[in-house]
Design a protein around this ligand. Sequence first.
Ligand SMILES: [Zn+2]
Length: 328
Amino acid sequence: MTSDHFNLSRRNLLVGASVAAAGSLATTVGAQAKAPLQGIAPVNYRRVKLGGFEVTTVADGYAAVPKVHPIFGNNQKPEDVAAYMQANFLPGNKMAIPFTPVIVNTGNEVILFDTGNGPGRGATRGHLVKSIESAGFTADQIDVVVITHFHPDHIGGLMNGDKPAFANARYVAGEAEYNFWTSKKNADSSDKKMQGRVKLVNAKVKPVAEKMTFIKGGKDVVTGITAIETFGHTPGHLAFNIESNGQRLVLWADACNHYVASLQKPEWHVIFDMDKAAAIASRKKILSMVAADKVPASGYHMPFPALGYVEQQGDAFRWVAHSYQLDL
Ligand SMILES: [Zn+2]
């Protein structure tokens, strides 16, 4: 050891000593300023620019689910699904499923995509109206409510008691979706789950059906917002292409339901997909398009703020979270 080394080490020791002294001072100050632990603090909205539009993602909350398999990968072995989640820094046997409606303000109209869970589905969800208000809107300012499909976490917030939650809105939904859930076959179904779903559609969608426009793929909600048929998750599930001044974002709703499982393993079966094969085809179609076009996407169950990009990796994909691209 040279004397230089010695001096360097000694200097480090001295610096170390003063850091330790500062540390004990900080401990003392910290003790005087103690505050109660407050629990996790979720963020409930995020606003970005898309050409002349503003896109605000608004949190309805999340569901804490005590399993991953068989919700994701129910055509896989449970231990393989758990190991794959863990390899991606996620718990193997539990998950949080977020719910993220989207508001697009075109400058002329305020359009809300999906309405969250509504009341009565647990303390961690059903917060949409509160999030809308924190984001600087009121429920009365929503001009158009678009429903991507009629699952409970998307239609649950349509009604507030026996009144529409968005009093001044008109509505847009898929024709195939409405026809399926209101069909005589499903109304007469003996399947308990179907009976529950039909009851919910009758309670939440039917009261506003008179103010609803039913569309197919390729049709516009307003200029710049066009439906894309992505059937499979439900029989009439719609995604949307949102475009302003040459900038584009794809809102894929539930075509992909988990940022790791759905993107990296698009062929894993998802228990919520009503037609597994059609859902896989739709998932691959939308992911391939978003990856090839290098446009941002918003997915209802992607990690908040539910904005990101998709990178193609062989036959699979990877979710790349948005950082500041749409802020500039
Ligand atoms: Zn959903």
